[in-house]
Design a protein around this ligand. Structure first.
Ligand SMILES: [Zn+2]
Length: 304
């Protein structure tokens, strides 16, 4: 589940609605071949929703193709992951691209107000979630907010951006430092990358865990988990900020362990098992590779 119920993200809808420049036309028309090979978009999604989904998926596969080459020495890795994750992270992006190593498809469907059993998971600013359907199949459910319908209130999150929303120039995606993290995470593809990590056959191929209990969710959300340093409190912040916070907590925990200080509590989720860490790391790495002026040390962790 991805939740942007915070006043951190700005609304980019206005800029998207501006007259599209000519360069959009060629790029918008090209769909990544993996969309049809690895995803089934269910007929519950109307034509406009299907178009948005195809664009977000195309962008997600484009980002994953770049991000599968991430290494533990890359800042986009170390901002979100500990060294012990060095095999998992490129493997997760490779798993997206290979359908969990076996070219297996997953379904995406759309939630509308008329589907109350699922609609309740879309309350509170949720954009999307993964659930197992009545046939036992894990599925990505996209909430009305994912499509800007209803449009998020001013200051709330958006997934309205596509890679073709801007050029890769200093006036577009590649603005000079400092870079604003929220400008990159406002891609629809970012939400898709996050949700794909929740799908068990994708996560299993990447993380290669020992035999799992039936129904065990391998990659989860830090949001709402108990805060190990503040008893009675729960992790609750803008998800990219939480993803980075989780990495810091693990750094501190591992440093304490190395000094045989066993009083420092272990965070509730490993970095390799928090969905948001992959989505943020992948997007950050992608823009680092695409923008020559991108300075990883100069990223502000804020939405706008
Ligand atoms: Zn999630």
């Amino acid at each position: 589940m991805i939740q942007y119920s915070f006043l951190f993200l700005s609304l980019f809808v206005a800029s998207i609605c501006a007259a599209p420049p000519e360069y959009l036309s060629s790029r918008e028309s090209v769909q990544h071949p993996l969309v049809d090979q690895l995803v089934t978009i269910e007929p519950e999604c109307n034509a406009a929703e299907q178009k948005s989904i195809r664009r977000a998926l195309s962008d997600a596969y484009e980002i994953a193709e770049v991000a599968q080459h991430i290494q533990k020495t890359d800042p986009a890795f170390s901002n979100y992951f500990v060294k012990g994750d060095k095999k998992f992270v490129p493997a997760m992006f490779e798993s997206f691209l290979s359908g969990g190593g076996s070219h297996k498809k997953f379904p995406i469907t759309c939630v509308h107000a008329s589907s109350p059993e699922n609609h309740k998971f879309c309350l509170g600013g949720n954009l999307a979630f993964v659930e197992t359907d009545k046939d036992g199949v894990e599925k990505i459910f996209l909430c009305p907010q994912f499509f800007g319908n209803p449009a998020p209130p001013p200051g709330y999150g958006t997934t309205a951006l596509t890679l073709s929303s801007k050029k890769f120039t200093a006036q577009g995606w590649c603005t000079p430092p400092p870079h604003i993290l929220g400008h990159y995470t406002s891609l629809g593809a970012h939400t898709i990358l996050h949700e794909m990590t929740h799908i068990t056959f994708i996560a299993t191929h990447a993380l290669n865990p020992p035999r799992l209990p039936h129904g065990f969710r391998l990659v989860v959300d830090l949001m709402g988990q108990p805060d190990e340093l503040h008893p009675g409190h729960f992790y609750n912040d803008w998800p990219p900020a939480l993803a980075r916070e989780l990495k810091h907590r693990w750094d501190d925990y591992q440093a304490a362990q190395a000094k045989e200080d066993f009083s420092y509590k272990m965070p509730p989720v490993p970095t390799s098992r928090n969905a948001e860490n992959y989505a943020d790391s992948g997007v950050e790495y992608y823009f680092e590779k695409k923008c020559s002026n991108f300075k990883p040390a100069d990223i502000l962790v804020k939405a706008n």
